[in-house]
Design a binder for this molecule. Structure first.
Ligand code: ADP
Ligand code: MG
Length: 214
């Protein structure tokens, strides 16, 4: 269970205070597939950054299974980011000089998973997202946008996260590939009981999630 209570985030811009998030409250059950829609600048990326502990709130709490992640420090914070969260970005953010399989293995290396298991799990994940037939050995530049996003989803899943955060994951894809990526995320929330939170502009696909936040 994810519970956000009275969450606020302010940025100081010159002599102005930008209220990016203002006293936000919501909770999400495990395994839910949730979308967030809203116009540009409404604070969606700011929220995802705080849920992923990449940024800290000005006020409020974010509890995951009763642990307030906004108070984590040092190794606990790093462990939370590495093991509990999978991030999927609009621009994929794969490491260009690593192959697809090496990209998926990397977060497991940080989590000190033995090499033989890393490789086996990476291959399984790449198979689950449809990256097979030698494409797992290619560098990102030799893969299409849709394929790169599939690899980044496999990477996000590597350490069995409780929560997947996806910030406009289909924003750089055509609508057909966008739909495929969305159904893939949906399927994963079902089969792995992973909570998935997706920011999107596409009301059509957002309407097909368990819950839509505006
Ligand atoms: P969205 O993802 O919904 O487009 P953002 O979360 O990126 O919106 O931004 C919300 C608001 O906070 C915007 O007004 C943006 O300009 C402001 N903002 C975001 N990050 C910063 C920052 N690091 N410094 C100052 N203002 C920021
Ligand atoms: Mg954004």
């Amino acid at each position: 269970m994810l519970t956000v209570t009275n969450l606020s985030k302010q940025f100081i811009q010159g002599d102005q205070v930008v209220k990016a998030i203002d006293k936000l409250n919501f909770s999400i059950d495990d395994g839910m597939f949730v979308s967030i829609v809203g116009k540009s600048g409404s604070g969606k990326s700011t929220l995802l950054g705080m849920l992923g502990a990449l940024d800290t709130p000005t006020k409020g709490s974010i509890e995951i299974d009763s642990v307030d992640i906004t108070t984590l420090h040092d190794h606990k914070l790093i462990a939370y980011r590495n093991k509990s969260i999978g991030f999927v970005f609009q621009s994929y953010n794969l490491i260009p000089n690593l192959t697809a399989i090496e990209n998926v293995m990397l977060p497991m290396e940080f989590a000190r998973v033995p090499k033989i298991i890393r490789k086996q799990r990476a291959l399984e994940l790449l198979k689950a997202v449809g990256i097979t037939d030698g494409r797992e050995g290619r560098k990102p530049s030799k893969l299409s946008g849709g394929e790169q996003q599939r690899v980044s989803i496999a990477r996000a899943l590597a350490n069995h996260p409780k929560l997947i955060l996806a910030d406009e994951p289909t924003g750089n894809l055509d609508s057909e590939n966008g739909k495929k990526i969305f159904s893939l995320l949906h399927e994963l929330s079902r089969t792995e009981n992973t909570t998935v939170i997706v920011v999107t502009h596409d009301l059509d696909i957002a309407g097909k999630t368990d819950r839509m936040f505006t």
